[in-house]
Design a binder for this molecule. Structure first.
Ligand code: HEC
Ligand code: HEC
Length: 449
């Protein structure tokens, strides 16, 4: 692992030198800039970017007394800063092999806090099924006062005050473009115009890094503000590719019109792009592909949770691929007390923003927080399988087929006479769904992002 890390550090440093570090290195030769101690790299202090780079890979941040995890243990640079089931399993197997010769061999990815049996066995937990099979990490939420978990053994509300949900590790590129944008506000916070984390609950990269250090790396001593700023600076200069970096620079410089971050496209891929613009960009909009475009509202449920909604009408008007048991087992049922005092039950593997607000079962579905997530960017998609917040789609084909069923469902459950903007370009026709003959070109375009 150490030689791998050394190689990866080298790779990143060279990337940075050809990227944002390049111009300051050139400037450093002029007397005027030699006096300026804090050179700028992609709008961040170069020194902070370099410190942040090393901190991102550091398993033993000085004085913090953590559990040995670095950011790179989950946001693996070799996996586009993500975690994949294949990478987790190969690390797990390697660890078992090393332990045969050295009982103290360690890989800090495997810490009891992310074991399936942590609630039961605490520090002795050892069942890493969700990590190994799904590359999912345990995220803990305090239950809102009006939501209670149902105990599956008794089918009655339990006295648990927190809930575990299992989430994929998103990449950390293009973050400069995917935070809150101040537009198209949702009726309630936190972060009504988007933020970081899959549910948009965190406003800044500093707060994000603090949360990661406390919850994932279990540090005992508070990190310095400088460390948090450094991690933010490093991540703010990471982009999926040079074209996205150029787009971000153009935004900083106020250039209009903004350059397109797509590579040159064949005419087939151009057709796919037209389908993307109609079927996907109303949600995956803006420079980060993570901002919904009004009149489409900010946060959405795309039926990616488990269990997937099943139609009660025969023949079924939509048919999502059912979740496999390895994911379906993460579903929990909740009892929700409505403002009227009435109680309802709902089941989900991850209620999303409803865990932040308790706002579920009230108002029209578009306004409800149940199962709602922030929209995520899609750059570099061809290299980042599996997909969705719970890694439930194995391929891009599965993603597109999922959305075709999503559109069928939106139409099927819309009240008579209502044509939601999410499914319609003109408010009259359900015309956003990708057509069967458009599927191949859309897939070809998605592989170019
Ligand atoms: C144990 C694995 C793990 C470790 C270690 C970890 N992360 Fe994460 N990270 C996650 C998961 C899981 C999420 C998504 C959580 C959610 O949405 O609730 C995430 C989300 C993020 C995001 C949000 C991305 C977005 O698009 O909104 C950023 C930024 C991030 N992590 C940075 C860091 C940094 C910096 C560190 C090191 C200080 C770190 N992470 C350490 C698992 C990890
Ligand atoms: C109604 C809004 C909406 C529409 C329309 C939409 N998406 Fe999404 N998309 C989301 C949200 C919200 C998420 C995050 C939730 C999740 O991952 O489960 C997401 C996640 C994704 C992901 C997962 C990314 C990852 O890194 O795992 C992919 C891929 C994706 N969308 C592709 C598409 C494509 C292709 C289309 C068009 C056919 C599309 N989306 C249309 C809202 C939308």
């Amino acid at each position: 692992m150490n030689s791998l890390q050394a190689a990866v550090r080298k790779l990143l440093i060279s990337l940075l030198i050809y990227g944002p570090l390049a111009s300051p290195l050139a400037w450093a030769e002029t007397p005027a800039t030699r006096e300026n101690a804090d050179h700028q790299c992609g709008g961040e202090s170069c020194a902070a970017v370099v410190r942040g780079l090393f901190a991102f890979f550091d398993r033993d941040l000085r004085g913090l007394d953590g559990n040995g995890r670095s950011c790179n243990d989950c946001h693996m640079v070799t996996e586009q800063f993500r975690l994949t089931p294949a990478a987790v399993e190969s690390r797990f197997q390697l660890l078992q092999k090393r332990r045969r010769h050295n009982p103290h061999a360690d890989d800090p990815l495997f810490r009891p806090i992310d074991a399936d049996d942590f609630r039961i066995n605490g520090e002795h937990a050892s069942d890493y099924s969700n990590l190994r099979q799904n590359a999912l990490v345990r995220i803990v939420f305090a239950l809102p006062p009006n939501m209670r978990l149902i105990d599956p053994a008794t089918n009655q509300p339990s006295d648990e005050t927190t809930v575990d949900v299992w989430r994929m590790v998103p990449g950390v590129t293009d973050l400069k473009l995917t935070g809150a944008d101040g537009l198209n506000p949702w009726p309630r916070g936190p972060n009504a115009t988007g933020g970081y984390q899959l549910d948009g609950r965190i406003a800044t990269l500093q707060d994000q890094a603090l949360g990661a250090l406390l919850n994932h790396a279990q540090v005992h001593n508070p990190p310095s503000q400088r460390l948090l700023d450094d991690l933010s600076s490093f991540q703010r200069v990471l982009f999926t590719n040079g074209r996205v970096r150029t787009l971000s620079e153009a935004i900083d410089e106020g250039v209009t019109p903004l350059p397109d971050a797509d590579p040159p496209l064949s005419s087939f891929e151009q057709q796919g792009k037209a389908t993307f613009t109609r079927s996907c960009a109303q949600c995956h909009g803006g420079p980060g592909q993570s901002a919904t475009q009004p009149p489409v509202v900010r946060f959405h449920e795309i039926s990616s949770q488990c269990p997937r909604p099943v139609d009660t009408v025969t023949p079924a008007r939509w048919n999502f691929l059912a979740c496999p048991p390895r994911l379906a087992r993460n579903a929990r049922s909740y009892e929700i007390t409505l403002p009227t005092g009435a109680k309802i039950r709902r089941t989900s593997s991850d209620p999303g923003r409803a865990l932040l607000t308790g706002f579920a079962g009230v108002g029209p579905p578009a306004q409800d927080d149940w199962n709602k997530f922030d929209v995520i960017g899609l750059r570099g998609l061809r290299n980042t399988a599996p997909y969705f917040h719970n890694n439930s789609a194995a391929t891009l084909e599965e993603v597109v087929d999922h959305y075709i069923e999503f559109y069928k469902r939106v139409q099927a459950i819309a009240p008579p006479g209502v044509v939601p903007p999410v499914a319609s370009t003109d408010g009259v026709h359900f015309d956003r769904m990708p057509l069967p003959e458009e599927r191949a070109a859309l897939l070809a375009y998605l592989r170019k992002l």
